[in-house]
Design a protein around this ligand. Structure first.
Ligand SMILES: Cc1cc2nc3c(=O)[nH]c(=O)nc-3n(C[C@H](O)[C@H](O)[C@H](O)COP(=O)(O)OP(=O)(O)OC[C@H]3O[C@@H](n4cnc5c(N)ncnc54)[C@H](O)[C@@H]3O)c2cc1C
Length: 445
């Protein structure tokens, strides 16, 4: 008698860890053999990023994948990284390994979900399973259906706060073996070159994320988070959990557990509450992206109200390079271009400048950040941009920051601007006027 193995495929995407991973645990319990794969984002055929990922993003991703691969190898498994589009890759693997089950985490990413649906339609004989792994609260804990998500964060928070966050799961001690006759491919050599010009602030991977989280709490920084969180430069003014959260190397439930522990062992105050409050913002945008799907990327946003902005290539270039007439914005953009990270305050200022001072179509700003941010997260990035562009979840519908006042408050001595050379800029925004006539300065040049 022939013994038929159940062969599963686990499709990792933004859940690059093994601890607190309900989807991986489920896969491990349901199949005899398991193939773990990851497809590089810019290999998706309909990805929006114009020219791929920045070196900082690539470097962080490479480290994250290397760490995950090592954790899987410790469990007699391994990660296969593919550079071709997922639909083609998975189609080939289904035939090659006679795959009977495909598993993944539930994703807020419309493009991921579209590919998942296409696969489901094409392979009706395969058992497809998605499990929530990246949320703070389970969908079945929420007191409303996906499409009934409240239309503002405040309303969401009032209903989410009474819900107890569940304990994170342990990492599985073992996993089903790889399909018979698979030899591990070496994926590192093909990985795009991401030679960095500077020493990175963050290193990717679950272990690094855990270390960073423990170090943050052990240094007592959580006790003053609310007072420091609007800082612009440095490692300590905010948690810096976002790069690992976005890659899925740290789960929000793991962070909540550490936060609760801190509140029991050290101190519970406004600041510790505020970290939870910000994690709820993240949660809101994850659910928001799930609810609105492709509307997350449309010009009129969820309101369907198109802003009166347009696209001016020269202004866009200047904003990207940090060469606008606004030194604080320039410093933030140069910081982003150098290290792949920018503070929350900085992101608000550069987005407000983009929309309100430069009159640019917000989607180009969001797409640029998608390329550059090592903590790029589809829901938080596009959701926040919509919010600031007045086409999202902001009940006020319009947020324009006074850049001069903001500079006085957050960089009164110009330390940040000087550090990132934000003052070295052109004070002229456009080199031609509305009729394309070159604009000369007052000296006639
Ligand atoms: C225009 C714009 C684009 C953004 N793009 C992203 C993005 O691509 N990825 C991303 O993770 N965050 C994004 N944010 C949200 C926020 O700026 C970052 O989460 C935060 O700066 C990350 O640093 P931190 O981990 O030290 O945050 P902390 O201040 O320490 O906050 C703790 C955690 O709470 C969550 N959080 C905090 N603020 C927000 C917020 N406004 N929205 C959603 N979650 C929040 C994050 O997961 C963060 O790690 C964006 C904000 C703006 C205004």
């Amino acid at each position: 008698m022939v013994c038929m193995h159940k062969v599963g495929l686990f499709w990792f995407h933004s859940d690059l860890r093994i601890a607190d991973h309900p989807a991986l645990v489920q896969a491990a319990s349901q199949v005899d053999r398991l193939l773990c794969i990851y497809c590089l984002p810019n290999s998706t055929s309909d990805h929006k990023t114009p020219s791929g990922l920045s070196p900082a993003r690539l470097q962080f991703l490479q480290e994250t994948l290397t760490d995950l691969d090592a954790s899987l190898q410790d469990r007699n498994q391994g990660l296969e990284v593919y550079y071709e589009p997922p639909l083609e890759t998975i189609a080939q693997l289904i035939t090659q390994y006679n795959i009977s089950h495909i598993f993944a985490s539930v994703s807020p990413d419309y493009y991921f979900n579209r590919q998942w649906s296409i696969l489901k339609q094409r392979y009706a004989m395969i058992d497809f399973k998605q499990t929530e792994s990246g949320f703070l609260l389970d969908a079945n804990q929420l007191p409303f259906e996906r499409q009934e998500l409240p239309d503002s964060f405040s309303k969401f928070r009032r209903r989410a706060e009474p819900i107890a966050v569940q304990q994170p799961l342990e990492a599985p001690s073992s996993l089903p073996p790889r399909p018979a006759a698979t030899s591990k491919r070496s994926w590192q050599k093909q990985f795009p070159d991401c030679a960095l010009q500077y020493k990175p602030l963050f290193h990717g991977g679950e272990q690094q994320g855990q270390q960073h989280m423990h170090s943050y709490f052990s240094r007592g920084l959580a006790s003053s988070y609310k007072q420091t969180r609007n800082g612009l430069d440095g490692m300590d003014y905010s948690t810096k959990f976002s790069p690992w959260l976005a890659a899925g190397s740290l789960s929000p439930r793991t962070i909540m557990q550490a936060l609760k522990q801190y509140e029991m062992d050290v101190e519970k105050n406004d600041s510790t509450y505020w970290i939870y409050f910000e994690l709820l913002w993240r949660e809101y945008f994850q659910r928001y992206a799930q609810k609105y799907g492709p509307q997350l990327f449309t010009f009129g946003g969820i309101k369907g109200r198109k802003p009166s902005t347009s696209f001016y290539p020269e202004r866009y270039q200047k904003w990207c390079q940090g060469n606008t007439p606004y030194p604080i914005v320039n410093a933030c953009m140069k910081q982003l271009n150098s290290i792949g990270y920018m503070s929350n305050r900085g992101r608000q200022l550069v987005a407000s400048c983009f929309v309100h001072e430069l009159n640019l179509d917000w989607r180009y700003g969001a797409a640029y950040m998608e390329q550059q941010l090592i903590d790029y997260d589809v829901a938080s990035n596009w959701g926040n941009w919509q919010y600031l562009a007045g086409v999202g979840a902001d009940p006020r519908g319009h947020r324009r920051f006074d850049l001069r006042k903001q500079t006085e408050i957050y960089d009164p001595d110009n330390h940040f601007i000087d550090h990132w050379d934000g003052g070295n800029c052109s004070m002229v925004l456009d080199s031609v006027d509305a009729a394309d006539w070159p604009i000369t300065d007052s000296s006639g040049h």
